[in-house]
Design a protein around this ligand. Structure first.
Ligand code: NOJ
Length: 552
C-alpha cells in the first residue's frame, strides 16, 4: 500500500447527476440549490466526495459534456455564488466536491473553436484539423463513438476537424503547449473555488499522434488514439504543474477500453499520474461481440474473470481502481445482473457489497442507494440522449425492425440512469413541481422516503458498508486474492492486511451453492450479510443473491 493511496483508501464517492438530482426553481431541471438542499441526506449516507457531472455553460448536446466555457456555471444550474455556497456547506458536512473535467474536447460553441472558425491561426492550433485524403474522403477511417465518421468539415475550408464524440464536440490538440496551459489554468480556477477532486473525462484518448493514420486492422480507429504512451507524459506533467502543489486533492481518470497494465501505470502512486482509474470491461459483459447495441443476457463467467483479473492485477501492481456498477452512461445494474425482480432488493445489496468490500474506491450513483431501476419508457420520443437516438437510427438503417431496435435501446440507453431522482411519491417524484426534462421512473414503488422508513432499507445497508470501510483497515487497505473461482455463480475474494483477513462471498444466482469456508476462516466472525437471519458457520448454502463477509 503506497503512502498516497492510504490517504483516500477509506473514502467513498457519490455521483449526483445535477440535471436530475433536485430542482428548486421549478424549470424541470435539477440545480445547485437542489444539491445544497440535499446535503444532509448525503451526509447521513456517510459519503466523502460528491462528484457532479459537468455544470459548466454548454449547449447541452451531450448533456454538458460539450462545454462552451470551462470557468463558469451554466445558468440552468445556478450561479457561481450557488457553487461557492455548495462547496462551503458541503465542507460543513465533511463532503468535498469533485468536478468533472472534459478536456478531450470542447463544444464547437466554445470561443476557442469559434475563433478558429473565424480564421484565427492561434486557435486553429487548439484543435485537430487535417486535410481530406486525395480521394476526398475523411482524413482517417476513424469512427465517432456516437456513430458515423469522426471527422466533419471545418467551416468552409478544405480541412476536417476531429470529433471522437458528437459532431459538436471538437477534440483538443494536446500537442499544443498553449492548450495544456489553458487546461491547467482551468484546474487552478476550480481549485481556488474549493474543489478537492477531479474526474477526467475519457482522459486516455487525449494523446493523438502527430501523423494520424487509418486503423491498420480496418477497425474503428480506437487503437490509434487510445492509451498512447504520451498520455502518461501528459498526466505526469499535469501532476507536476498543478496537483503537486495541492496535496490531498484526488483525481480519477475515465479510461476508455484500457488495459490492466495501463491502469496500473496511470494510478501507481510513485508515477504521479492519477489517484484512481475507472475501467469499463466489467460492464461490457452483456455486449454481443463487443457491440453495446445488442440485447443478450450477461455472461457471469466473463464478469467474474474480469473482476478477478483487475482486482488481482491492480493489487499486485500497486494500481488503484475506482469501482462502480452504475453511472450516468450505464443502464441500472439491477436490471442487468439480477434476473428476477423478486430479488432486486437482495441483489442490489449483494452488488453493493461486492464493490464496497473490494480493494479500490467505491462509487455510488444517485438512486443506487435506494435501488432505483430502469424506467419503462414506451417510445423513442421519451429518450433525450444523443447517443441513444443515433444508435436507434443506425439499427434501423441496418435493417433491424423498429420493435427490436427499441427493445435494444431500452435495455442499453444512458437515459435509464438519467431519469429524475426519486425522493417520494409526490408528483414528479418530489424532484420538481414542473414536468422534468426527462420522464420519471417508477417512483411510486421506489423512493427515498419509502426506503428510509423500511427497517430493511437499502440506504441503511449502504450506510453500513460506508461505515465499515472507515472502521476496518482491512477493507480500505488490504490486498486482493481471488477465491472459489470454480464455484458456479459465485464471485468471492479475500482481503489481507498483515494478519487481518476478510473473506467476501457473493452469489450472483438463484440456485443454492454450498461454500465450505477454509479452516482458518472458520473461527472468524460474520461482518456483514444481506439476509437478516445469517449466522456464522463453517459452511454456507448460499441463497439467491446472498452475500457473506467473514472477518478473521
Ligand atoms: C464520457 C462521459 O461519461 C459521457 O457521458 C460523455 O458522453 C463522453 N465521455 C463524451 O464526453
Amino acid at each position: 500500500m503506497k503512502e498516497t493511496q492510504s490517504t483516500f483508501a477509506n473514502k467513498v464517492v457519490y455521483q449526483a447527476y445535477p440535471k436530475s438530482f433536485k430542482d428548486t426553481n421549478g424549470d424541470g431541471i435539477g440545480d445547485l440549490r437542489g444539491i445544497i438542499e440535499k446535503l444532509p441526506y448525503l451526509a447521513k449516507l456517510g459519503i466523502d466526495y460528491l462528484w457532479l457531472n459537468p455544470i459548466f455553460p454548454s449547449p447541452q448536446r451531450d448533456n454538458g459534456y460539450d462545454i462552451s466555457d470551462y470557468c463558469a456555471i451554466d445558468p440552468v444550474f445556478g450561479t457561481m455564488a450557488d457553487f461557492e455556497e455548495l462547496v462551503a456547506k458541503a465542507a460543513e458536512h465533511h463532503i468535498s466536491i469533485m468536478m468533472d473535467m472534459v478536456f478531450n474536447h470542447t463544444s464547437t460553441a466554445h470561443i476557442w473553436f469559434q475563433k478558429a472558425l473565424a480564421g484565427d491561426k492561434k486557435y486553429q492550433d487548439y484543435y485537430i484539423l487535417r486535410p481530406k485524403k486525395a480521394d476526398g474522403s475523411a482524413p482517417t477511417s476513424w469512427e465517432s463513438k456516437f456513430g458515423g465518421s469522426a471527422w466533419a468539415p471545418f467551416g468552409n475550408t478544405d480541412l476536417d476537424y476531429l470529433h471522437l464524440y458528437d459532431i459538436s464536440q471538437a477534440d483538443l490538440n494536446w500537442r499544443n503547449p498553449e492548450v495544456i496551459a489553458e487546461l491547467n489554468k482551468v484546474l487552478g480556477f476550480w481549485l481556488d473555488k474549493g474543489a478537492k477532486a477531479f474526474r477526467f473525462d475519457v482522459i486516455n484518448v487525449v494523446g493523438k499522434d502527430q501523423k494520424l493514420l487509418d486503423d491498420p486492422h480496418g477497425g474503428n480507429g480506437k487503437p490509434m488514439y487510445t492509451d498512447r504512451p504520451i498520455v502518461h507524459e501528459y498526466l505526469q506533467n499535469m501532476y507536476r504543474d498543478v496537483f503537486a502543489k495541492h496535496p490531498g486533492v484526488i483525481t480519477v481518470g475515465e479510461l476508455s477500453s484500457t488495459t490492466v497494465e495501463n491502469a496500473i501505470a496511470y494510478t501507481a502512486a510513485d508515477r504521479h499520474e492519477l489517484s484512481m482509474a475507472f475501467s469499463f470491461h466489467h460492464l461490457k459483459v452483456d455486449y454481443e461481440n463487443g457491440n453495446k447495441w445488442t440485447k443478450i443476457p450477461y455472461d457471469f463467467e466473463k464478469l467474474r474473470h474480469i473482476l478477478h483479473e483487475w482486482g488481482k492485477g491492480l493489487s499486485d501492481g500497486g494500481g488503484w481502481p475506482a469501482w462502480f456498477w452504475n453511472n450516468h452512461d450505464q443502464p441500472r445494474a439491477i436490471n442487468r445482473f439480477i434476473k428476477n425482480p423478486q430479488y432486486y432488493h437482495l441483489g442490489a445489496a449483494m452488488l453493493a457489497a461486492a464493490i464496497h468490500l473490494n480493494r479500490g474506491t467505491p462509487y455510488i450513483y444517485m438512486g443506487e442507494e435506494i435501488g432505483m431501476t430502469d424506467p419503462d419508457f414506451k417510445s423513442m420520443a421519451d429518450y433525450v440522449d444523443v447517443e441513444s437516438q443515433n444508435a436507434y437510427q443506425e439499427l434501423l438503417d441496418k435493417g433491424v425492425s423498429a420493435d427490436e431496435a427499441f427493445a435494444i435501446v431500452k435495455s442499453k440507453s444512458r437515459d435509464n440512469a438519467r431519469i429524475p431522482m426519486q425522493w417520494n411519491t409526490e408528483k414528479y417524484a418530489g424532484f420538481s413541481d414542473h414536468k422534468p426534462w426527462l420522464a420519471n421512473g417508477d417512483f411510486q414503488q421506489i423512493n427515498v422516503a419509502k426506503d428510509l422508513a423500511d427497517p430493511q432499507g437499502l440506504f441503511q445497508f449502504y450506510q453500513r458498508l460506508i461505515a465499515l470501510r472507515k472502521q476496518e483497515p482491512v477493507i480500505a487497505l488490504g490486498d486482493y486474492q481471488p477465491m472459489f473461482a470454480d464455484l458456479a455463480e459465485v464471485y468471492a475474494f479475500k482481503r489481507q492486511l498483515q494478519d487481518q483477513y476478510l473473506l467476501v462471498i457473493t452469489h450472483f444466482g438463484e440456485k443454492a451453492v454450498t461454500v465450505d469456508l477454509p479452516k482458518e476462516a472458520q473461527s472468524g466472525s460474520l461482518l456483514l450479510a444481506n439476509y437478516s437471519d445469517s449466522r456464522m458457520a463453517d459452511k454456507f448454502v448460499l441463497r439467491p443473491y446472498e452475500v457473506i463477509a467473514v472477518k478473521y
